[in-house]
Design a protein around this ligand. Structure first.
Ligand SMILES: NC(=[NH2+])NCCC[C@H]1O[C@@H](n2cnc3c(N)ncnc32)[C@H](O)[C@@H]1O
Length: 419
């Protein structure tokens, strides 16, 4: 359908907008599109209908279905980064207290600074998303850098300035309030340090800000801390969670509530479970890295869709309730050949505030030692809500016992995190 239309009042230079949800046009001059489609708006012919283009086809689209493009003016739709809510939450102490109370996390960053204190002499660092400034204070107190730019977008920054002064670090540490990707630093940096990891490694997608800052402020040959990151996955049992949320309905107080189980599955097993604590013996196989990120080469566009494969040999019989994921990050030494420091959030390491993330299957599967579970994991970033993603797992259980005939049934399930 190629509908012509005369140049008119309201014509604009083409601006990119994203479809908030599917729209099926009616009449020959309306343009259908799907949620997440990127349309080019050529004319805002009225406040309800705009003249747009998708894959070379033109037509009228409902303005309310569209989300502003990367740099479009606000069309009263919510900010895809939800920055007001996001930075608002970091303007209070709750999350900072949680992070500072996480000894494994905080001591690891301290150890990295300590290990590299001599190499840090005279260096320039950027602490991206410094929060209360703990990493910057470690740098100033445990090493002698020439400057640390502590960047913080939330209102916490004004308190961070006070903490820097209170601890006698104002000669070295400069607190800059604002989003790292919008700020001007006085100079390039030798080291870009940040604690950006979210649940399941990427949730919140703060990593995008780290990559943009890297490309703009890290000098050639500069160091990224963390230097690399890896997402780990394992098939697992989750008896207590399953009992608590699903088996419960079988016989509460002697009654049969099983008609509620489809509701329970929808309500409790559709989204991932954050802050899950998996016991090492809940693992049905040896965990494996499914996605690895090199912080020097990773590009923002790579974040749209990240894929990993897995093949697990089950080492014991049990109930396959789901998959559990966690991450590890690594800090390379500033000294050639120096030791790399790891922060691991898995069940065999000291517990962190992230704990692990549990993805529950719709129904558990009995498995036996010798079986194998093969499949893929895809982390797909939400095209609209830029801090969110969907994790899609696809797997098949290959039974070692021969009597199973259709044992390579491929299953798949997508878990929104959160939209
Ligand atoms: N590991 C995480 N999941 N969160 C811990 C770090 C988050 C801290 O970085 C700040 N922050 C996040 N993104 C940015 C940004 N682009 N620019 C400046 N500060 C930021 C945020 O306000 C908070 O204080």
């Amino acid at each position: 359908m190629q509908t012509e239309r005369e140049e008119e009042e309201g014509d604009v230079s083409p601006e990119e907008f994203v479809g908030l949800s599917d729209f099926t046009g009616s009449g020959s001059d309306q343009l259908s599109f799907s949620s997440g489609d990127r349309l080019l708006v050529h004319a805002k012919t009225s406040c309800e209908w705009w003249w747009a283009e998708l894959h070379g086809v033109f037509g009228y689209v409902p303005a309310g279905y569209l989300h502003r493009g990367a740099d479009g003016d606000d069309i009263s739709a919510e900010d895809p980064w939800q920055d007001e809510e996001y930075f608002g939450s970091y303007g209070t102490l709750r999350l900072h207290l949680e992070m500072l109370s996480d000894k494994s996390r905080t001591e690891t960053y301290r150890q990295v600074i300590l290990n590299n204190s001599s190499c840090l002499r005279g260096k320039v660092l950027m602490d991206l998303g410094c929060g209360t400034g703990i990493i910057s204070l470690f740098c100033a107190r445990l090493a002698q850098p020439s400057a640390v730019y502590a960047v913080e977008a939330s209102s916490m920054a004004e308190y961070t300035r006070q903490l820097v002064k209170q601890n006698g670090c104002e000669a070295v540490v400069t607190v800059l309030q604002g989003r790292a990707e919008e700020l001007e630093l006085p100079e390039q940096v030798d080291v870009l340090v940040s604690e950006w990891m979210g649940n399941c490694l990427l949730f919140e997608f703060m990593v995008e800000s780290v990559l943009l800052a890297r490309d703009r402020w890290l000098r050639k040959g500069g160091v990224m801390w963390p230097s690399s990151a890896a997402l780990t996955l394992v098939p697992c049992q989750a008896h207590s969670y399953y009992t608590e949320k699903m088996a419960f309905w079988e016989r509460p107080y002697g009654l049969d509530f099983t008609p509620l189980q489809p509701l329970a599955q929808q309500e409790f097993f559709t989204k991932p479970k954050f802050s899950h604590v998996i016991q090492p013996d809940d693992c049905l196989a040896t965990p494996c890295h499914v996605i690895s990120l090199d912080m020097y080469t990773l590009q923002v566009e790579d974040l749209e869709e990240m894929k990993g494969k897995f093949h697990f040999h089950l080492e014991k019989s049990g109930t396959f309730h789901g998959f559990t994921a966690w991450f590890a990050v690594h800090f390379e030494s500033l000294e050639t050949g120096g030791e790399t420091v790891e922060l691991n959030t898995g069940p065999s390491s000291e517990q962190t505030h992230w704990k692990q993330t549990l993805f529950m299957l719709d129904r558990p599967v009995c498995v036996h030692a010798g079986d194998s579970i093969t499949g893929t994991i895809v982390l797909r970033r939400n095209p609209i809500w830029r801090r969110h993603m969907t994790v899609t797992l696809q797997w098949s259980v290959n039974s070692s016992s021969t009597e199973e005939t259709d044992n390579c049934q491929v299953e798949t399930k997508s878990f929104p995190m959160w939209r």
